[in-house]
Ligand binder design. Structure first.
Ligand code: GDP
Length: 193
């Protein structure tokens, strides 16, 4: 898809702040530092629209991006940052759970993992949580430019096995450095619209 416009429309913490339009929506989740902001920026052809934002200590919000006036991306604060307090973690969990379980226009969740390493315990928990709610998932295995091409298949296999990937969920090899996987990611997302 050719992105002509992309803007942040709201940072929300609770449902009455979510945008009212019933546009198809995709949530983007991943552990802190995995490359989620870079993925969003690459998909939207923007340098720094999504910030390496949800840094610990900052307010944890769901950031809604309106794209081409026809869909929303929802940037979910990163998980798995060790120094977050129990209270913050609980608030995060509640906010995410409320959003994921109540948002009717949510078409699929894009879960970003690092192709270089097997998915972490946090990644597995997130994926299990999404599958518990029967949400379609698109796995983005990013930082592919950091793995030699000859090892891609091996790393993909490990990623799929570690997550126990549902055969109906797509896994896409991605690099925010090279743009690899961008067209495939858009066509998979469009298939859910
Ligand atoms: P976030 O915390 O998940 O939003 O992560 P960022 O998008 O800020 O990325 C974390 C770090 O990984 C930054 O230094 C990025 O430049 C780097 N990074 C992200 N994606 C890629 C990628 O595809 N390839 C490479 N080589 N580095 C990446």
């Amino acid at each position: 898809m050719k992105v002509n416009s992309a803007d942040i429309v709201i940072s929300a913490v609770k449902p009455d702040q979510y945008p009212g339009e019933a546009l198809p929506e995709f949530a983007l989740a991943g552990r802190s530092n995995v490359g989620k902001s870079s993925f969003i920026n690459k998909m939207l052809n923007r340098k720094s629209l999504a910030r390496t934002s949800s840094k610990p200590g900052k307010t944890q919000t769901l950031n809604f991006f309106l794209i081409n006036e026809i869909l929303h991306f929802v940037d979910v604060p990163g998980y798995g940052y060790a120094k977050v307090s129990k209270k913050e973690r609980e608030a995060w969990g509640k906010m995410i759970e409320t959003y994921l379980t109540s948002r009717e226009q949510l078409k699929a969740v894009v879960l970003i993992v690092d192709l270089r390493h097997p998915p972490t315990q946090d990644d597995i928990m997130m994926y299990d949580f999404l599958k518990h709610y029967e949400l379609p998932c698109v796995i983005i295995a990013t930082k592919a430019d950091k793995v030699p091409k000859s090892k891609w298949q091996k790393h993909i296999k490990i990623t799929k096995e570690t997550l126990d990937l549902d055969p109906t969920d797509h896994l896409i090899l991605f690099s925010s450095e090279t743009g690899q996987g961008k067209d495939e990611a858009w066509s998979v997302l469009q298939s859910y619209m």
